[in-house]
Design a protein around this ligand. Structure first.
Ligand code: C2E
Ligand code: MG
Ligand code: MG
Ligand code: MG
Length: 289
């Protein structure tokens, strides 16, 4: 009887596991080809001064346009690339493209702002990561201040001693670091205090959960206030992610958060649009009120 049940389980589960595994293998295979065939490109989302909408810096975000599947979301392929190690090929290509883009802008006299590149946990743990970044900066003729690095709170807080060493080195070379998705990893404040970081980014979930009205989401509002207070205490810049409406922006401003990004100001844009924005240094429309 147990055997019969066991067989039933076998027939029921394995085909599904096969399908999931098959899909991941297909995606992984496609990613590797995509890099050779230049299917990846970067878009840039401004991080703005909330009160004026002026772009202070940009965040580079990778996009993948597959010839048959269309756009594949980084939320789908980045975690897989991390797992399979493909990120160790993709990551350097992303960093290089971002730096190359800044170089081109500077050469054309575009008034640039710093560009933040997301570094995945696996890349951040890779030996020689600091040298790799410095090499790309040198080869593209950029200053350390042209580039910023974003690493997630969970990546930063695992192997804390190594994190401190790597961040201290980057900091020593003048490269600014932001802690991404802050508030999601329950990090020890004692550790945060020891990290030479420049900014913390309030995770989008806290901002977007406020939906239309912060008053209806007292917990999220309280967490946001706490993160802003923490930033003030530790002397860190606080950047809010995912601002979609003026209520969210005004709540943040009222509580002392002066910088953020989100669809209210701008979606991530292709390089040509960013160039236009930088050249005309037009304040992004922060909406009414
Ligand atoms: P992240 O670094 O936290 O990036 C913020 C995400 O929020 C981006 O999604 C951005 O497009 C989105 N976003 C910005 N403003 C709004 C808003 O107002 N509303 C909503 N709903 N979303 C907003 P995206 O580009 O899909 O990237 C998702 C995640 O994938 C990133 O989260 C990051 O973890 C990863 N990722 C993206 N590009 C790269 C990359 O070049 N390298 C690495 N390692 N990871 C990347
Ligand atoms: Mg980010
Ligand atoms: Mg984030
Ligand atoms: Mg995120």
């Amino acid at each position: 009887r147990a055997k019969a049940e066991g067989r039933r389980c076998y027939h029921f589960y394995i085909p599904e596991m096969d399908a999931a595994l098959q899909e991941r293998m297909e995606l992984d295979q496609a990613m590797r080809q995509a890099l050779e065939q230049n299917e990846f490109h970067l878009v840039y989302q401004p991080r703005v001064e909330l009160v004026t909408g002026r772009a202070l810096s940009l965040e580079a975000l990778v996009r993948w346009r597959h010839p048959q599947w269309g756009m594949v979301s980084p939320g789908r392929f980045i975690p897989l690339a991390e797992e399979t190690g493909f990120i160790l090929s993709l990551g350097p290509a992303i960093l290089r493209e971002a730096c190359e883009q800044i170089r081109v802008w500077k050469a054309r006299g575009v008034p640039t702002v710093p560009v933040a590149v997301n570094l995945s946990a696996r890349e951040f743990r890779e030996p020689g990561v600091v040298e790799r970044i410095l090499t790309v900066l040198a080869e593209t003729g950029l200053d350390a201040g042209d580039l910023e690095i974003e690493i997630t709170e969970s990546a930063a807080m695992s192997s804390i001693d190594q994190t401190i060493r790597t961040l201290t080195e980057l900091h020593g070379h003048g490269i600014r670091i932001s802690i991404d998705d802050f508030g999601t990893a329950y990090s020890s404040l004692n550790y945060l205090k020891r990290l030479p970081v420049h900014a913390i980014k309030i995770d989008r979930s806290f901002v977007s959960d406020m939906e239309q009205d912060p008053a209806n989401h007292p917990e999220d509002a309280a967490i946001i206030r706490a993160i802003i207070g923490l930033g003030e205490t530790l002397g860190l810049k606080v950047i809010a992610e995912g601002i979609e409406n003026t209520l969210q922006r005004d709540f943040l401003l009222d509580h002392g958060c002066v910088q953020g990004q989100g669809y209210l100001f701008s979606r991530p844009m292709p390089a040509e649009e960013v160039e236009h924005m930088l050249l005309h240094s037009k304040a992004l429309d922060p909406g009414d009120s």
